[in-house]
Write a protein that binds this ligand. Structure first.
Ligand SMILES: *Cc1c(COP(=O)(O)O)cnc(C)c1O
Length: 384
């Protein structure tokens, strides 16, 4: 019997989102406006801790704005992990600064805290940890190091809604900026979108100005305040990174379901954990007790005793109608990063080894128990 192809990821969009989008379309205000404002307020409330939330059209935009607001520029160095998506590092280059890549810790697959200190130079200005797969990086140690050396910290929380570290929700820790992604396959989605979160009023002010052309007040305020609607001031050569009300309409309802979505993904992760407990694979890192893992990804690593290669494993899963992916092809293997910064696999032994053995299994809210069982049977079958 042929079965439908089970995609690697799918968003869960319901009638709530659809009718909100339709009402926005009918309202006559489709770009940044009341829905974006509401989404920002809801998001700030969701994260808590008195943060301000600034909606943008991608997490990449948010990361760029965050670093810009931190004053990163040419000659500066920013420490980050090689085991991430290129967006984490490209924003450093947007500002003419240089990323300094370090390896990951095998137990968390997040940045290796012990590798950070040796990478610090007099040019180092900031650290960008990534909460890989939705499991928190060791923020306690990272913030301590940043404190000791006077460095800024921006969390790439593209996978981490909702994730906690030491009982505190990511976004409320002592970093300067945290950026979430609402890309189509992330834990909640607006199609494209992101949110910059900060408690620093100066960072918030700068990010809001730079999000929209360096205009000192955004378009919505302009058309509703008492000042003449035609008047605005340009205070910097800003960007075009604002979120539309169409996207925010999705976000408002996705956010309401963020905890429910997390529970659904955690349940799938638990089913995989039980099923694979005695198989020759390394399971994904788990959070500290009582911490929340967003379970954006479920990356497994094939052990040496597995006869079939990782590439063939993925090919076979595809032939069985199951989509999977690889997180990540490390940046040290990507031509631009490798050649620009003379990176070698031997400089990142953990990331390199994980890359060679890893694949990410489907883990999303629309998966039925039968879908999960189908993945489990296929993986067990391939493991022999
Ligand atoms: C998806 C992702 C981003 C970029 O998110 P966009 O919203 O697509 O710009 C950044 N960092 C990581 C780790 C990601 O997975």
């Amino acid at each position: 019997m042929t079965q439908f192809f089970l995609p690697f990821a799918l968003p869960e969009i319901s009638e709530d989102e659809i009718s909100e989008v339709v009402s926005t379309l009918r309202s006559g205000w489709v770009t940044t406006g009341p829905k974006t404002k509401q989404f920002e307020q809801d998001f700030a409330e969701f994260i808590g801790g008195g943060v301000e939330a600034i909606a943008v059209n991608s997490a990449t935009a948010g990361l760029h704005l965050g670093l810009e607001a931190l004053g990163i520029g040419p000659g500066d160095e920013v420490i980050t992990t090689t085991h991430t998506f290129t967006a984490t590092a490209e924003v450093i280059r947007y500002l003419g600064a240089d990323p300094v890549f370090v390896d990951i810790d095998p137990d968390s697959l997040c940045i290796d805290v012990n590798a950070i200190e040796p990478a610090i130079t007099e040019r180092t200005k900031a650290i960008i940890p990534v909460h890989f797969g939705g499991r928190a990086a060791n923020m306690t140690a990272i913030l301590q190091l940043a404190n000791k050396y006077g460095l800024r910290v921006m969390e790439d929380a593209a996978h981490a809604l909702p994730t906690s570290h030491a009982g505190e929700l990511i976004g409320t820790l002592g970093s300067d900026v945290t950026v979430f992604s609402f890309y189509a396959n992330k834990t909640i989605t607006t199609g494209e979108g992101g949110m910059l979160v900060t408690r620093d009023p100066e960072i918030a002010r700068r990010a809001k100005i730079m999000r929209l052309h360096g205009i000192s007040r955004d378009a919505f305020d302009r058309f509703t305040s008492k000042l003449p609607s035609w008047y605005y001031e340009i205070v910097a050569p800003g960007f075009k990174y604002n979120m539309t009300d169409v996207a925010a309409s999705l976000g408002i309802h996705q956010l309401k379901k963020a905890h429910l979505f997390q529970q659904k993904r955690a349940r799938i992760a638990a089913m995989y954990d039980v099923a694979f407990a005695n198989e020759p694979i390394v399971l994904p890192p788990h959070p500290e007790v009582r911490d929340v893992h967003a379970w954006h990804l479920y990356p497994i690593q094939l052990s040496d005793e597995v006869k079939i290669t990782r590439d063939d494993f993925i090919k076979n899963l595809h032939e069985l109608g199951i989509g999977c992916s690889v997180h990540y092809i490390p940046l040290h293997l990507q031509p631009y990063w490798r050649d620009t910064y003379h990176l070698l696999p031997t400089m990142f032994p953990v990331s390199q080894s994980v890359y060679e053995r890893t694949l990410s299994l489907p883990i999303y809210t629309l998966m039925t128990d039968d879908d999960v069982d189908r993945v489990i049977r296929a993986v067990k079958g391939l493991l022999g």
